[in-house]
Design a protein around this ligand. Sequence first.
Ligand code: AMP
Ligand code: GLY
Length: 422
Amino acid sequence: MRILIVGSGGREHALAWAVRDADTLFIAPGNPGTAQYGVNIPVPVSELTGMVSFARNEQMDLVIIGPEVPLADGLADALDQGGIPCFGPSAAAAEIESSKAFAKGLMQRYGVPTAQWQHFHSNQLDEARNYAKMLGRCVIKASGLAAGKGAIMCENTEDSEYALHDLMIAGSLGEAGKEIVIEEWMEGEEASMFVLTDGDDYLLLDSAQDHKRVFDQDRGPNTGGMGAYAPAPVMTERLIESTCSRIIEPVLEAMAREGRLYKGCLYAGLMVTDEGPKVVEFNCRFGDPEAQVVLPLMGGDAIEILLCAAKGGIGNLRLEKQSLAAACVVLASGGYPGSYEKGHVVTGLKAAGEVPGALVFHAGTKSENGNILTAGGRVLGVTAVRETLSDAITHAYQAADLIDFKNKQLRRDIGCRALDRE
Ligand code: AMP
Ligand code: GLY
């Protein structure tokens, strides 16, 4: 089996780890962590033509696309046209993430529970202000891809006036904010559900919860994610069943009915409200850092599972439920998600990897003269897989504390909400 993984973050390292038994594994462009299992290829994710040529010349049996941008840009379509099996949806299906206005419209057409909403174009400032005023507490979002920075939580009209000015007049998010969505502020606990689908059937993976704010107790600005754990105890059997029947199945059927065949991972970001789970957002790929906890718990043969999602037949697979839990602590550069320094030497990786159950995933690192240096905001994701969540958290921190670099920044409360619940 010859596999190419597209991307270079912690999620792609986790994917490379999951398919490490492939006969041949390439990662484009990859990172020093992915290089432990395969060969990194210097093709950037934005180079669609180069990526397809590489996959064709190297006779790939499967291409796994990690990030959302190449999916939204049509990499899966281009591979499909080249006859190369691909894990990841077409650009039309990826609109479920790349256009919040499309996602909300789809949910409305098919009765999928989500926050009350309306969308507005840049010439509809007055209409947008009136709707935000009517809602009071609300969330204002850029419709397009905004790398996790696209949602502005507004406590009152003053906040919403400021947010609308920022997005619609100052154009702070550029193209992504040309169209905006304003929605009701939902109350509840957040959780994420992941399914793998071939367009016909789906396989349910563990639920997870990530920690988006940079500081403990959910303070400070949003980040790509400072840690995650799985499964999320808030997602009881009953809530998982209702999420499947009221959210996942109608959405997959709707996508097929509208000619947007969905293959790959569908990520449903949920708010567990008093009225049951409602959709906050969909992503058209694995989450990062959620992949670093969900993939190690997946069980089964990851290559077979991902290939079935790409080529069909996922309905014939059964995953043995594992009674394990995973926690991932992200080690970030001081200053992230604002500006930060790069190039600091990372120590302790080997010792951390020897902690029982630990998996150290690289994200923003580079290798130079035999050293691993920091090279991004989120530097590493330190996962531990154990029998209980509390043990997974203890071991993830034990490993995380063995790693050091200048200005290392981490949250100390990953998984605490789940522990409180237990
Ligand atoms: P999104 O960009 O849609 O994923 O939103 C980012 C984060 O903003 C979510 O993970 C939630 O924490 C929060 N959020 C988004 N929409 C809502 C909503 N309607 N009600 C409450 N919180 C929200
Ligand atoms: N951790 C959130 C995301 O991947 O979108």
